[in-house]
Design a protein around this ligand. Structure first.
Ligand code: GDP
Length: 362
C-alpha cells in the first residue's frame, strides 16, 4: 500500500438511493415489491439482501444477478437500491427529508389493462410537485390475451417471442399510457428509446406476477440513479445521522420506538437525538438500535438484533425514552458534538416546512 498519508480525504461515501413505489390501488405495488424481494432472496447469496426496518436493501450484486447482462456491476459505484416497504402516496407525502421527498426516486405502477386512474393522476401530481425522478412500470403484461410467459426474463426477450397479435395488443396499451403521460405534460417513451431520463419518463413493461421485465426495471432504476443522482448520494458517513420517522410503534420490552429511515450520516447506540414531536422537539438518548432478526434465527427471544451503529441509507428502529409524542414524517437528528440548541433549531425549522406543505395539500 502506497497510501500512507493520513491527511488524505476519503472521497465522500455514496449511499443507496431510496426508492418509493406509487400507483392506483390494485395496480400491483405490493406484488412488485414482493417480487423484487423474492427474486433477491433466490438470486442472492445468503444474507445478500437485508430486511431493514420498513425497507428492503437490494445490494448492487443482487441487482446485477437479477438483471443479468443488463447490469454490469463494474459500471456502478452506487451500492444498490433501498426500497421503502410501504407503498402508496400517503407514505410518500408524509415522508420527507430536508430537501423535499424522502424518496430519491420512484416507480409509478400502472396496470396495462386499467390504464390511468384517479390515484395514478394524484401520484403524478405529487411526483411533479416534489420533482422526484420516476419511471413507469406498466404492470400485468402477462394478462394481455395470448401472452406467452417467460418467467423472470428481460422484456426484449419475452416481447420478441410473443405472437404479432399479442405484441400489437401490448403496444396499444403501452402507447395509451404514454399518451396519458403526455396529457399530463410528461414526455414519455418506452424505456429503451429514452436517451435522457431527465427529460423523458421511461416506461418499462413488467409483470409483478411472472417477473418478466423486472430485470429491466432494476437496470433502469440503477442506471438512472448512477447517471443523474450520484452527487446527491454523496454523504458524510461518519457525520451525525439525519433521518425521517416512518412510524411510531409500541414495542414489547422497549416502550415507544420510532422506525426511522436514515438518509445521511450514522446513528450510534449512545447518541443523543432530537426528534420532531406533537408539541416541542423531543431531546432524548438512544437506548437501543434495533434491526429485524432474520426469520430463521427467531426462536423464543426478541425479534430484533441490537446494533451499535447504522449508516445511511438504512431503516432502523430506535428505542429511547420520551418518544410518545413523536410523529410519523418528522425529522430525526443526531446531536453528536454540535450545540444542542442548533440541532433543536434545525428540527423546528424542518417541522415548520412540513406544516406548510401539509396545508398546501389541503
Ligand atoms: P396494490 O394495491 O397496488 O398493492 O396491488 P397488489 O399488489 O395488491 O395487486 C392487486 C391484485 O393484482 C392482486 O390480486 C395481485 O395478485 C394482482 N397482480 C399484481 N401484479 C400482477 C401482474 O403482474 N399480473 C397479474 N396477472 N396479476 C397481478
Amino acid at each position: 500500500m502506497s497510501d500512507t498519508d493520513s491527511d488524505t480525504h476519503d472521497p465522500a461515501a455514496l449511499r443507496t438511493p431510496i426508492v418509493a413505489v406509487l400507483g392506483h390501488v390494485d395496480h400491483g405495488k405490493t406484488s412488485l415489491l414482493d417480487k423484487i424481494r423474492g427474486s433477491a432472496v433466490i438470486e442472492g447469496e445468503a444474507g445478500a439482501i437485508t430486511q431493514h426496518i420498513g425497507a428492503t436493501a437490494v445490494p448492487l450484486e443482487v441487482v446485477s444477478s437479477i438483471a443479468g447482462e443488463l447490469v454490469d456491476p463494474d459500471d456502478f459505484d452506487l451500492p444498490g437500491l433501498l426500497f421503502i416497504d410501504t407503498p402508496g402516496h400517503h407514505s410518500f407525502t408524509t415522508l420527507r427529508s430536508r430537501g423535499g421527498a424522502l424518496a430519491d426516486i420512484a416507480i409509478l405502477v400502472v396496470d396495462v389493462n386499467d390504464g390511468f386512474q384517479p390515484q395514478t393522476l394524484e401520484a403524478l401530481d405529487i411526483l411533479k410537485r416534489s420533482q422526484t425522478p420516476f419511471i413507469v412500470a406498466a404492470n400485468k403484461i402477462d394478462t394481455v390475451p395470448g401472452w406467452n410467459v417467460h418467467e423472470d426474463a428481460p422484456i426484449t426477450q419475452t416481447y420478441e417471442s410473443q405472437s404479432d397479435r399479442t405484441r400489437q395488443r401490448l403496444d396499444e396499451s403501452l402507447y395509451t399510457i404514454i399518451g396519458n403521460l403526455s396529457d399530463q405534460d410528461f414526455s414519455a417513451d418506452l424505456y429503451w428509446r429514452v436517451q435522457n431520463f431527465q427529460r423523458n419518463v421511461g416506461v418499462v413493461p413488467v409483470s409483478a406476477l411472472t417477473g418478466e421485465g423486472v430485470p429491466d426495471l432494476l437496470a433502469v432504476m440503477m442506471g438512472l440513479s448512477q447517471r443523474y443522482m450520484k452527487e446527491e448520494m454523496e454523504i458524510d458517513v461518519a457525520g451525525p445521522g439525519v433521518g425521517t420517522v416512518l412510524e411510531v410503534k409500541e414495542e414489547k420490552g422497549f416502550g415507544t420506538t420510532i422506525d426511522t429511515v436514515l438518509y445521511d450520516g450514522t446513528i450510534r447506540s449512545d447518541d443523543t437525538i432530537v426528534v420532531g414531536g406533537l408539541n416541542d422537539p423531543i431531546v432524548t438518548e438512544v437506548r437501543a438500535l434495533l434491526q429485524p432478526r432474520p426469520l430463521a434465527e427467531i426462536r423464543t427471544e426478541s425479534r430484533f438484533d441490537n446494533v451499535e451503529e447504522v449508516g445511511a441509507a438504512a431503516g432502523i428502529k430506535v428505542a429511547a425514552p420520551d418518544l410518545e409524542d413523536a410523529m410519523a414524517g418528522a425529522p430525526v437528528r443526531v446531536v453528536r458534538d454540535r450545540p444542542l440548541e442548533d440541532v433543536i433549531a434545525e428540527v423546528e425549522s424542518e417541522l415548520a416546512d412540513i406544516a406548510v406543505d401539509t396545508e398546501e395539500e389541503g
